[in-house]
Structures are given as structure tokens and as C-alpha cells.
Design a protein around this ligand. Structure first.
Ligand code: DC
Length: 226
């Protein structure tokens, strides 16, 4: 397989993480979860009592923050400096805070360079909201994965139950809709498919079927790449 940059954008709960990980595994590529970086900023801002609309303090925070992915015996983990913060960034509260800080241009600007650096060697699957539109407009294969709100909410609801932090279905659905609205309506790098993205609606497909569809496009691109 040639060294490609593959981007997978889409709303929360569309199945991006599952398929991105599986694709990266299959291709022996790196998998980069860019949402985790926004969650990392949200976690540190919250810990330091910084409001998500305080651009001045957010900028200072981003300048001193050292976020990195490290593989340890628990898998690929997000570190802030020397601390593994992976276990704290997946709560419903951090989801909302990440969505709020991600609308601030100072935060997006700070994470842009970091993400591009992570993609410099190619051979990577990037998952996020603006991978194909802003971070890697020249990516080799771009996907936009979506699914009906109800289906996405029920997947997230099940995940939270499995993690032993259950939340009412109505709450999960309401939070997801709010986050979709935030992420799609913000001025900078809103969630939207790039013009050359391949749209896949996962509502009626299994994970395997989505991966097979993606692999078809990736193989075609790889064959056509010198
Ligand atoms: O993918 P996720 O749910 O972990 O992302 C958390 C939030 O981060 C999401 O609501 C919007 C933001 N985000 C973003 O703005 N751009 C990205 N590339 C990835 C995530």
C-alpha cells in the first residue's frame, strides 16, 4: 500500500472512531484521533478554571500545552506533558467543553500545526471534523461519514452504558444535537464535507460494510498513485 493520507470527518457517533481504527490497522497506518486533542485542551482549561470563551487565557494555555499520543500497555493514549489524561477526556461534560473550545480560532490555530506535523510522514488515518476541508485539503482520500441522529445517539448511549457511566437516551440525543449544531455552525472550520469527500451514510450499513466500501476507494487511489 502506498503512503496515503486518509481523512474521515463527520458528526459525533457516526462510527468514525471504529472505522478509522480498523482501517489504520488493516493498512498498517497511524491512527490520529484529532477530537482527543480538542478534548485535551478542554480538560486542561477546565482543570485551570479557564472559561471556554476566554481567548486570552486559552491562547496562553495552548502555548504552554504539550499534547502528544503515546503508545503504552493500555494502547495509544493522550498525554498532556508527562500525564496520561485519556481516562478523563471522554465524559459528557468534556464532550461539550471540547465542542465549545473548538469553536475558538486561537485553539484551532494552535492545533493546526500539531496535526499537520503528525501527518508529515503520511501513511495515516486522521479522524475529525475539518480534516478534509482545512487541515489536509490535499489528502489522498477523504471520507465524510454520517448517520441519522437517532442511530448515532443510540450508539453513544450504549457506549456510555458499557463504560458504566449511563446517561438517559433523551439526554444523549439532546447533547449530541447541541454539539452537532455548535460544530456545524461555528465560523472557523465548521463541520461540513469537503467538495471532494466521499459521503457514506452508515445508518443502514454494518461496520464491515463501511470498511469494505472505504477500502475500495483507497485501493483505487493507491493504484493510481505513482
Ligand atoms: O470527535 P470528538 O467527539 O472526540 O470531538 C470532540 C469535539 O472536538 C467535537 O465536538 C468538535 C471538536 N473537534 C473539532 O472541532 N475538530 C476536529 N478535527 C475534531 C474534533
Amino acid at each position: 500500500m502506498k503512503k496515503l493520507v486518509i481523512t474521515i470527518d463527520g458528526p459525533a457517533g457516526a462510527g468514525k472512531t471504529t472505522v478509522s481504527k480498523a482501517l489504520a490497522n488493516r493498512l498498517q497506518y497511524k491512527y490520529i484521533d484529532t477530537g482527543a486533542l480538542y478534548r485535551g485542551v478542554a480538560f486542561e482549561a477546565h482543570a485551570k478554571g479557564i472559561s471556554p470563551d476566554d481567548d486570552h487565557r486559552l491562547e496562553a494555555l495552548c502555548n504552554e500545552l504539550e499534547l502528544k499520543f503515546v503508545r503504552n500497555n493500555k494502547g495509544v493514549r493522550l498525554y498532556s506533558g508527562e500525564t496520561d489524561i485519556s481516562d478523563y477526556i471522554r465524559t459528557p461534560e468534556m464532550s461539550m467543553t471540547a465542542s465549545a473550545v473548538s469553536a475558538r480560532p486561537v485553539v484551532r490555530e494552535a492545533l493546526l500545526g500539531l496535526q499537520r506535523k503528525m501527518g508529515a510522514e503520511k501513511a495515516a488515518v486522521f479522524e475529525g471534523r475539518d480534516m478534509g476541508t482545512v487541515v489536509f485539503p490535499e489528502a489522498d482520500v477523504k471520507f465524510f461519514l454520517t448517520a441519522d441522529l437517532e442511530i448515532r445517539a443510540s450508539r453513544r448511549h450504549k457506549e456510555l452504558e458499557e463504560k458504566k457511566s449511563p446517561q438517559k437516551f433523551e439526554e444523549v440525543e439532546r447533547d449530541m444535537q447541541r454539539r452537532d449544531n455548535n460544530d456545524s455552525s461555528r465560523k472557523v472550520a465548521p463541520l461540513k464535507p469537503s467538495e471532494d469527500a466521499i459521503l457514506i451514510d452508515s445508518s443502514q450499513y454494518s461496520v464491515e460494510s463501511v470498511i469494505e466500501q472505504m477500502m475500495k476507494h483507497i485501493n483505487e487511489k493507491s493504484a493510481a498513485t505513482p
